[in-house]
Design a protein around this ligand. Structure first.
Ligand code: PMP
Length: 394
């Protein structure tokens, strides 16, 4: 007899429970901001990706509401059939101009973008070389292709070169890396990666989910940070769901990239277009970041201040180069206990353990935003000091 659904569900859930991987998302009773309410308690939020405070920004909400009123609640169809509204195309032009690229296309999420772009671009006979710590959506996107897949050691240029030396093809060669790595907060050595990739005739593909809105002038991203934005052999993808405050993903680069994706990217072809309100919010986000440079300034001042504080308490933050600030606690139970104790002290920050990060490197991952005040960060540092001493980590 076939397995029943309840048996499948209960077995899988018990398995997750036994391996300590069962999650139960916390519910926020306020919008995503620097301060949120959880279980009736007001806490300082160090757990979101809301780098610029755009998730609940008045200018984004205003333009979202205006687009909602003018253009409706939904787009009505997939982009390729009848769902491409003027505002979608206008926003894509705005984004390409912001990114200094020949073209840009917007998809439904960063996750869907990796699926769509990698799936559209790569064919049998192509070679793709991917950093071992790349995001799950890249791994899943690569699973959709028949290209030969090879892995290089994290941010290791010599290893990348070794893989490119050992594997050749007449097809397309693609080197794939995150721009900023989401667990350690390090920046990919993109200048060196592109240089090696070019020597072997390879194109570079950068997932800039955590670099866009954070690095480069006005938050133009990691590619801009390294001055590579005009390069036709660099493809930038990323999310509009973190710093940019809405939801969506984009691919930007070569002038012909957009047209190929319109014809081949499966999420573009088979999933309904983004609703007008989201497009309005995102369009406002690009306007705000350009007219208010103090946002980026505050983000980086806060990031530097918090990291210096964490360091002087005696914690290890793995030398993070971005507002992502991991605080190492060792084994997973210690990180989870620290997260619980921090919450008791009014600090919301999530514990992350194996297999998301290596054994012995369980951590709390903090993301400092432009919205945090010095007082918020001082309170968080004070709580970290107490919890770290209580757990014998510092
Ligand atoms: N790529 C990276 C590197 C990410 O960190 C994320 C977000 N978890 C994504 C892609 C997915 O983006 P989105 O949340 O817009 O689907």
């Amino acid at each position: 007899m076939a397995l029943s659904l309840s048996e499948r569900l209960s077995r899988e859930l018990s398995h997750l429970q036994a391996s300590g991987l069962l999650i139960s998302p916390r519910v926020l009773h306020t919008p995503s901001r620097a301060h949120v309410r959880i279980d009736g308690q007001d806490v300082i939020n160090l757990a979101s990706n809301n780098y610029l405070g755009f998730a609940d920004h008045p200018a984004l909400k205003e333009k979202a509401a205006a687009y909602l009123r003018e253009w409706g609640a939904g787009a009505g169809a997939v982009r390729g059939i009848a769902g491409t509204l003027q505002i979608h195309e206008d926003f894509e032009r705005q984004l390409a101009e912001f990114k200094h690229t020949g073209s840009a296309l917007v998809l439904h999420s960063g996750f869907a973008t990796n699926q769509g772009v990698l799936g559209a671009l790569l064919q049998e006979g192509d070679l793709v070389v991917s950093d071992e710590l790349n995001h799950a959506s890249i791994i899943d996107g690569l699973r959709l292709t028949k290209a030969t897949k090879k892995i290089f050691k994290h941010a290791d240029i010599m290893d990348l070169e070794r893989v490119l030396q050992e594997n050749d093809t007449d097809g397309l060669k693609l080197v794939v890396t995150d721009g900023v790595f989401s667990m350690d907060g390090d920046i990919a050595p993109l200048d060196k990666i592109v240089e090696v990739a070019r020597r072997y005739g390879a194109v570079t593909y950068v997932d800039d989910a955590h670099g866009s809105g954070v690095l480069g002038a006005d938050g133009r991203g990691t590619v801009h940070h390294f001055g590579l934005e005009h390069a036709d052999d660099v493809i930038q993808v990323g999310t509009l769901s973190k710093a940019w405050g809405g939801v969506g993903g984009y691919a930007a680069g070569h002038a012909d990239l957009r047209e190929l994706l319109i014809n081949r990217a499966r999420p573009f072809l088979f999933s309904t277009a983004q609703p007008p309100a989201v497009v309005g919010a995102l369009s406002a986000a690009l306007e705000v970041v350009r007219r208010d440079p103090s946002l980026m300034q505050r983000l980086w001042d806060n990031a530097r201040y918090f990291k210096a504080g964490i360091e002087s308490l005696g914690f290890d933050h793995l030398g993070s180069q971005t507002p992502i600030t991991p605080v190492i606690f060792g084994e997973a139970p210690a990180a989870f206990e620290a997260s619980r104790l921090l919450l008791e002290r009014g600090i919301f920050a999530t514990g992350i353990g194996f297999p998301t990060v290596p054994m012995g490197k369980a951590r709390i991952r903090n993301i400092v935003t432009a919205e945090h005040t010095r007082d918020d960060l001082d309170k968080a540092l004070e709580a970290y000091g107490t919890v770290g001493r209580d757990l014998g980590v510092v």
